[in-house]
Structure formats: C-alpha cells, structure tokens
Design a protein. Structure first.
Lengths: 315, 671
C-alpha cells in the first residue's frame, strides 16, 4: 500500500519536474530548426523561479476569482496529468478517473481560465476567452469521439487498461489511425501551438491563450505557465500511452524496471516534442476562422473512427 | 398511515393554503404563511416519498377515492417511479418555497402569485400520484392552468401576455395528445385505470401511435424541439422562484408522464421507438444550447438551457428504450439510471441558477446581461453560488452534472452490441451531438457568468447592486451543497434510485455502496470507473499545497495597479467585451447554418461623418417553418369558415340534414 502510494507520488512529481524541461527542449529544438542558438534547456525553470519571487501586480478591480483561478487551474491540470500513465500502468489511483474524466477535468481548467480572462474587463481578455471557448466547442467533442474510438477498440475507457490492451494486442487498425490523427490535431489546438495559436507571439490580436493571461503577473503567471507546460506533457503522455505503450511497466515491477521505464518515458517525450516542433516550423499559422475547419476535421475523423467500430469491431 | 394517504392529505392542505391565500389576501403576513406552509408540506411529502424509496420495502401503496369517473373512481398510487419523482419535485418545491420566503417579499403584486403557487405545487404532486387516466389528465390540466396563471402574474408587460397565450395554446395541444394516447390505451372497453391498461393486450399498430402521441403531449410540456417554442417565453415571464419550479421541476413532471406511458403502461418497446426518441433528443440538445449561447436575457438563456438538458434526458431514455427492446437488461438499467440522475441533477442546478437570476433581478432590476457586469464585487455570495451552478450544469467534474453525462457516455459505449443497423449508425452521431452540447453549454455559461458577474459594471444598476436576503441565500447554498454532494458521492445516488430502475426496466445497476473509496463502476472495474470524491479531494489538496507552498517559500507580495490591457486601458466600461461579441465566433460558425445568421457591416467611407453599423439578423427556423404556416392556416380557415355565421335558416337546416346523412352513412359503412 505504502509502496503503491509512493509510486503514485513519484508519478505526480515526475510530471511536475519534467514539464518545464519539455518546454525548454521544444524551444531549443525550434531554435535549432530555425538556425538560431536558442535558450538553454533549463531556462523555463529559471523563468518560473523568477516569476515566483516577483510581486503580483493586480488590476484594481480584480476579484477573488482572478486571484484564486491560477491555483485551481494548476491543481486540476496537475491532477489530470498525474492520472495519465507515464512510466507505469495500474498505479494506485489510476482507477479514479478514466479518459472521459481527464478530458472533462481539462474542460474545468479551460472554464476557469476563460473566466479569469474576463474578470478584469479588458477587451483582450474577452477576445481570448471567446475564441478559446469557440475552439473548445470543437476540440471537446472531437476528444470525446477519440475516446470513443479508443474505448471501443480496447473495450475500456481506463487509460491503464487501454495501454495494456494495445501493448498486448498491437496491430494496425484503421480506426486507431484515424484517432491518432485526430488526437494530434486536438493536442495542437489544446496546447495553443502553431497553426492554431502561437505560444511565442506578442502581437495582441492574434493571441488566444496569451490574451487571457494578459493581466497576470508574478506567482499567478508562474503557476499558469507551469499548468500550460503540464498540459503539453499530458497530451504527449496521452498519445504515447495509447499509441506507443512500449516501455511502460506495470505497477508491482522491480525497481530497476521502473528506472528503465522512466528513461523510456523521457525518450518518448523527447520524440514527441521533436515531432511537434518539426510540424510547427513547417507550417504557417492559420486565421482564427480557419481553426474550426481544422478542428472540425478532427471531429469528423473521430466520428468516422467510432462509426467504423460500430459497424464492425474489426476495423 | 400509508404514504399515499399522507401525500394526499398534504396535497389537500396545499389546496387549502391556496384557498387561504385568496381569502386572506389583504393580511400582511399571508405571504410568509403561504410559503412556510408550502415548505413544510413539500418537506413532508419529500420525507414520505424518500422513505419509501430508500426504505427498501418497494411496496406500492394505493388508494381509491369515490370521485371522478363513476365506474373508475379516482385512483392514487405511490410506487418507486412515483416516489423518485415525488422526491425530485418536492425537493425543488421546498427549495423554491424557502427562497420565496425572502424573495417573495419584493413581489409587487403578491395577490397574483400567492393563491396559485400552492395550487401549482398541488397540481404537480397530483399528476405523480394519479393512477388512472382521468385523474392524471385533470391534475395535468390543473398544473398547466395554475402555472399559466403564474406566468401571467406580471401581465402588464405585453411580452408576458404573448408568452401566456402561446403557453396556453401549447398546453392545450399537449393535453389533447395525451387524451388521445390514454383513449387509445384504454381501448373500447374503457379501462381507464393504469392497472387495467398494463394488462390490456393492444393491437400491433397501437403502441407506436401512443408513443408518438406521448412524445407530442409530454414532449410539448418538457420542451422537446420543435414543441419547445413556448418554454423560453413562459418560463422567464413568471416570478423567479416560479421560473425555477417550471424549469427545474415541472419539465420533470412531463418526463414522468412520458416514462409512465412509454416504459410502464405500453409494455415491451419496439426498437424503432428509440430512433425517434434519440433523434428528437439530439436535435433538442444542439438547438437548445445554440439558442442559449446567443441569448442576452439571463432567464431566457436559462430556459433555453433547460431545453438542452431535456434533450440530454431524452437521449438517455432513448438509449434505455433501445436496450430494452433488445432485451439487454444491464445496459438498459445503466441508461435509465443515467436519465434519472440527470433528472435529479438538473432539478438541483437549474433551480439554483434561476434563484441566482432572481437575486440578480432583485439586486439590479436587470435581466439583460449586456447591462450587468462586476456583480462578483457587489453581490459576492450570489456570484459564488451562481458560479457553482454554472460549473455543475456545464458537466464539469467534480460536480454532479458530469456524473450523469459520464454515465450516458458509458451507455453509448456498450451500444455497438445492439443488432439494428439504424441504431448502430445513429448512436455515434448522437454521442457527438451530446459532446457538442456539453462543450457549447460550457461556452454558454462562461459567457453568462463572465459577462454578467465579471468585468466592470456596464450600467448604473449593476454598479449599485445589492446582495439578496439571507433566506434566499440559504436556499441557494443548500442546492449548491446538494450539487456537490451528488457530484462526489454519485454511488449513493445510484443505489438510491435502484428500486425505481428495477421497477421500470426490470433490472438495476450493480450496487455501488460496497465499492472501495465510494467510486462508481457502471459495468465492470476493468471497463470504466470514476471517483468524484477522490478527484475533488485531489484538487482541493493540490490547490492548498500550491498556495501554501508558494506563499511560504516564494512571495506573497501584492500590489494593486491599473489594468494593463497591453498599455491601452480604456476607462469606459463600454469598451469591454459584450455578450454579443463573445458569442460572435459561435454565431458565425454554427449560426450561419442553424439560424441563417447574417452579419452586415456598413462602413462609412473615409471622411464620412456617419457611424459604422453592424446589423445582425437571426431567424428561428423552427418558428418560421412550423408555427408560421400553422398560424397562417388557422387564420385562413377562420376567415373562410366565418361565412358560416351569416347563412339563412334554410341553409342551416340543409347543413344539419347533410351532416346527419353523412354521419349515418359512416355508421352504416363502419358497422
């Protein structure tokens, strides 16, 4: 029991510790691909520490919601990220939430983020919240359809069980391929990456995610930035655990196996981050009203995958 | 004394309270007296019905009074289905009465509300208690008429009068459909008691026709698209505690009527019924929520969101029908449990939100969210409560709205085992619509809360808002507490409704109370599980840890300054994002197709002094395509038949003669 709890704790703090590193890695790789030198790998940690130590400048009319939202956003993202299998399946609390719950938890995060953007009453905050909710109205159903596809293949919505199933019965399936493409599209949109949004932009009218955070500073901003990094890690872990569960170990393995699994996990994160950046650098950002088409494609792919599986379980 | 006699005595006492309110309408304390009496009486029924549901005896109690149709009498019965709905209705009624104790004092025409309020409660309870078609329909009409009177309480507003008129027409239509449905089920022998209807053997064509009539009758009351048009007009027109009752509770009575007829009285369903129910449910979800996103009036927004939630409940009921038609008892029980849970949950958070809207109306005098803003500072407690309600209704964990939607998704995931191709192809699309509805409803409530309660006040009324009274706040706190409890302890709720589910679909979900950590496992542990309690605890612990850690180890210095806004802050609150601008992307993406929304921008040429204009046009296609032609046809027929009023006596006599001859011919051919 204690051992199980300890493993769950390891996972919780592992995701927290790795998330800024993943961010630093993607920035570094992106700089290389653009033939720049790029910031050091550990730069995100330094940024976070510095933000944490700075004082918060609150807008005069900011309410309690504005002050508490960052912590709720961070906590819910952290819980969701800690429930996705990273290096081992079947951890102590893996049964508390299935894929649908994880999707909905991220929905709660978005809900608070969008509200926080509207709290001070500036036009940028409103524009960010409004566009975020428009994207979400496609991304969330698409995600549910992806969950359906995966769950119908594996016969379960529990992520650990899905990973074990795919590991044991690995085969090429049309429906899973559709779900993978759809999930990548959703992941790109949810993490505000190019072509949907640009995490590095400073042009106000093109911002979505950053527009909602415009009034945040100091520790509040640090916590939200860390939550965003955790979300990126969560999506890469999710894709890895469903579509590439190799290297995952199961709860109750030998300590050495865990270390190997953690190494494999870090490797997967690196590959995922690299592919993401490669995609980002090879594509241009799209207009806001093209995004629904982009995400609508994910929704249709997910629906198609589900439909195929309703027709026959062999797809 | 058995439960049904206690319930009937309470109903009689409610009617007596209504009479008292009429007789003593001049007394100053009559308002409090009426609401206290309603509160106590609905609590009594709540306890009795809850006791019967949880007590485990499961025995139905019946009573026959010698009134009504002479050869049938008036039959009353409390079985588990009735007991569950009594709990939902009287919980909502108790909360509304408590709220009204405070809120009702601000009513400027109490004599138009007080007599009808207890009568309305009595009517709703009687519909549930009735066990024969005659008493059911009488109670149903009584419920409709009393609620119509409450809609007309503020009759000086021409819009309310229009709402009342449309409501009356739709309610009559609904009752007509139910009357025909019961008539068909009673058959030529006239077995109007429910017990007789259950045993009657029907002709093959009859159950399908009854289903359609039940959909028309109960669906029009519940707000199923396209019969929903009256609902967003009538629900907001009533005083807020009555709006909460109509939206949160009366729609559930309509669903009870549907369940009673289709699941109980009609016997084994045919599989194609579920196609009809699922299709209407899915359309209702999407149209309802899309309308809700675009509304400016807070109460109308809530009413459209009720339409959406009714769609969700009908989707769950449709799934239950599909499984039951194919003899899959386990999944049928799962879907039906999901439907019951959503019925319960929706009655909680929709009442809460309507109370919140009432508090806003009381504090500011405004229902238009474009004139609100910044209420989180002037009405902090109401804002907190409404935020909770918004989270719950947007199906976000760990609150209760999520649990019922999660269960529906789990039911959808077992449906590939259904043999019919029509269902196989339809259910994934229904699932997508449900997910779309959930996401759009989150957008809708972010907009409602963000524009109404956050930001800066957009009007004088909003900046000088005041908090609502204690009793109203207590009622809202209780509902929010129940929302949280139902969200983190769903297993207990599933076990509590198990007798009802067993009675209706013949099977219940496995008992959840014995599972470790109070998680819920709808089918099997390896398949899916959810633990709201732990998720809630994790979020709370993680939040506290982060706050403590950061405050202790890093910094807690805070400075107030002007808003940053990228360096261009504007002091005018009119530069904020408005509700219409928030909805603009959604209007553009979905509205162009669903509402034929058109945005027209008139930009003056440089140097021109005219202001730029943006014209937005929306069309309600349901109204334009269905109701306008009907309206036209009725007016046309009225015009034509009008000539019949001005005939000579000779012509009238020949008309009577012709009618007699043709009727005799019909009888001769028929027999």
């Amino acid at each position: 029991m204690i051992g199980d709890l300890f493993l769950q704790g390891v996972q919780m703090f592992l995701v927290l510790a790795l998330a800024p590193l993943l961010l630093g890695f993607t920035r570094r790789v992106k700089a290389w691909l653009l033939r720049r030198k790029g910031p050091p790998l550990l730069q995100p940690y330094r940024d976070l520490l510095r933000l944490l130590r700075k004082e918060v400048v609150l807008a005069e009319n900011a309410s309690w919601l504005f002050r508490s939202a960052p912590y709720v956003i961070f906590a819910a993202t952290w819980v969701a990220a800690a429930l996705v299998p990273t290096f081992a399946t079947g951890l102590e609390f893996s049964w508390t939430a299935d894929l649908i719950v994880i999707t909905a938890l991220l929905g709660s995060v978005r809900f608070f983020l969008a509200l926080a953007g509207m709290d001070v009453g500036t036009s940028f905050g409103g524009i960010g919240s409004s566009r975020e909710m428009m994207f979400a109205s496609f991304a969330e159903p698409a995600m549910i359809m992806i969950v359906f596809t995966v769950a119908l293949v594996a016969g379960t919505t529990q992520l650990s069980q899905v990973a074990d199933f795919v590991f044991a019965h690995a085969s090429l399936r049309v429906s899973l391929a559709l779900a993978l493409v759809a999930l990548i599209i959703v992941a790109i949109a949810e993490n505000t990456r190019i072509p949907v949004d640009n995490p590095a932009t400073h042009l106000e009218l093109t911002m979505v995610h950053e527009a909602m955070l415009l009034e945040y500073s100091g520790r509040h901003l640090a916590v939200i930035e860390l939550a965003a990094a955790l979300k990126l890690l969560l999506y890469i872990s999710l894709i890895a655990s469903i579509f590439a569960p190799w290297g995952l170990t199961q709860a109750g393995a030998a300590p050495g196996a865990y270390l190997i699994a953690i190494a494999a996990y870090i490797g997967k994160l690196a590959v995922g981050g690299f592919l993401l950046v490669l995609f980002e650098t090879s594509i241009a950002k799209m207009r806001v009203f093209r995004v629904p088409e982009f995400l609508g494609a994910a929704l249709m792919l997910g629906l198609l995958g589900t439909l195929l599986l309703f027709v026959s379980r062999t797809f | 004394m058995d439960s049904v006699s206690i319930a009937l005595i309470c109903v009689a006492a409610l009617l007596a309270t209504a009479l008292l309110a009429v007789l003593a309408h001049r007394a100053a304390t009559v308002g409090s007296l009426v609401y206290v009496s309603c509160l106590v009486l609905s609590l009594v029924i709540l306890v009795v019905a809850g006791g019967q549901l949880l007590g485990g005896s499961g025995e139905a109690t019946t009573m026959r009074l010698p009134i009504g149709l002479p050869w049938v009498g008036a039959n009353f019965r409390i079985d588990s289905l009735c007991a569950f709905f009594l709990v939902v209705i009287d919980l909502g009624a108790a909360a509304a009465s408590l709220y009204a104790l405070g809120y009702g004092r601000h009513e400027h025409a109490p004599e138009r509300v007080l007599p009808f309020y207890p009568a309305f409660l009595a009517g709703m309870n009687l519909v549930l208690l009735a066990a024969d078609a005659f008493s059911f329909l009488v109670a149903w009409e009584f419920m409709s008429l009393t609620s119509w009177a409450l809609v007309m309480a503020h009759h000086h507003d021409p819009e309310n009068r229009r709402a009342g008129y449309i409501y009356l027409v739709m309610a009559s239509f609904g009752t007509l459909a139910l009357l025909l449905a019961f008539g068909l089920m009673a058959g030529p022998a006239g077995g109007y008691a429910f017990a007789e209807m259950r045993t009657t053997v029907h002709a093959a064509w009859l159950p399908g026709l009854v289903l359609i009539l039940a959909l028309l009758g109960a669906g029009s009351k519940a707000g199923l698209v396209p019969l929903h048009v009256w609902l967003p007009l009538a629900h907001p027109a009533a005083p807020s505690h009555v709006s909460a009752l109509m939206s949160g509770v009366m729609t559930k009575v309509a669903i009870y009527g549907f369940v009673r007829i289709v699941f109980d009285l009609l016997g084994t369903p045919a599989w194609w019924w579920s196609i009809l129910v699922l299709g209407l449910g899915a359309i209702t979800v999407v149209l309802g929520v899309l309308q809700a996103v675009l509304q400016r009036d807070l109460k109308r927004l809530l009413a459209y969101s009720t339409v959406e939630n009714i769609g969700i409940i009908f989707i769950a009921l449709g799934l239950a029908l599909a499984f039951q038609a194919n003899g899959m008892a386990g999944p049928a029980a799962l879907s039906f449990t999901a439907a019951l849970l959503h019925i319960f949950n929706h009655s909680l958070f929709k009442s809460l939100l309507f109370f919140g809207a009432g508090a806003v109306l009381n504090g500011t005098g405004e229902r238009d969210i474009e004139k609100l803003g910044g209420l989180i500072r002037t009405m902090p407690q109401t804002a907190f409560l409404v935020l909770g309600g918004c989270l719950a209704i947007s199906a976000l964990p760990p609150l209760n709205g999520f649990v019922s939607e999660w269960l529906i998704f789990q039911a959808i995931l077992v449906s590939p085992d259904l043999p019919q191709w029509g269902l196989k192809l339809m259910i994934p699309a229904v699932g997508a619509m449900l997910a779309l509805g959930a996401a759009l409803s989150a957008a809708c409530y972010v907009r409602a809360f963000g524009i109404g309660f956050l930001g800066r006040p957009r009007s004088q009324a909003a900046s000088s808002a005041h908090e609502v009274d204690r009793l109203s706040l207590t009622a809202m706190f209780m509902l929010l507490g129940l929302c949280l409890l139902a969200g983190i302890l769903p297993g207990l709720l599933i076990d509590a409704v198990a007798p009802t589910v067993r009675e209706v679909v013949g099977h219940a979900m496995p008992s959840q109370a014995s599972l470790p950590w109070l998680s819920i496992v709808p089918v099997a542990e390896s398949r899916s599980s959810y633990n709201g309690l732990l998720i809630f605890a994790f979020i709370v612990i993680a939040t506290l840890l982060t706050v403590k850690g950061i405050h202790r180890l890093a910094s807690r210095a805070t400075r107030r300054g002007p808003a940053w806004d990228c360096g261009y802050p504007d002091p005018s609150p009119l530069t904020q994002y408005t509700g219409d601008s928030f909805a603009q992307p959604l209007r553009r993406v979905f509205g162009e197709f669903v509402f034929l929304a058109r945005d027209k921008v008139t930009m003056p040429r440089p140097g021109d002094q005219r202001p730029a204009r943006l014209d937005v046009s929306l069309r309600d296609l349901v109204w334009d395509m269905i109701y306008v032609p009907i309206q036209w046809a009725v007016a046309f027929a009225g015009e034509k038949f009008n000539t019949l009023q001005f005939l000579t006596i000779r012509r009238y006599l020949s008309l009577v003669f012709a009618a007699l001859v043709s009727l005799l011919l019909v009888v001769a051919i028929w027999a």
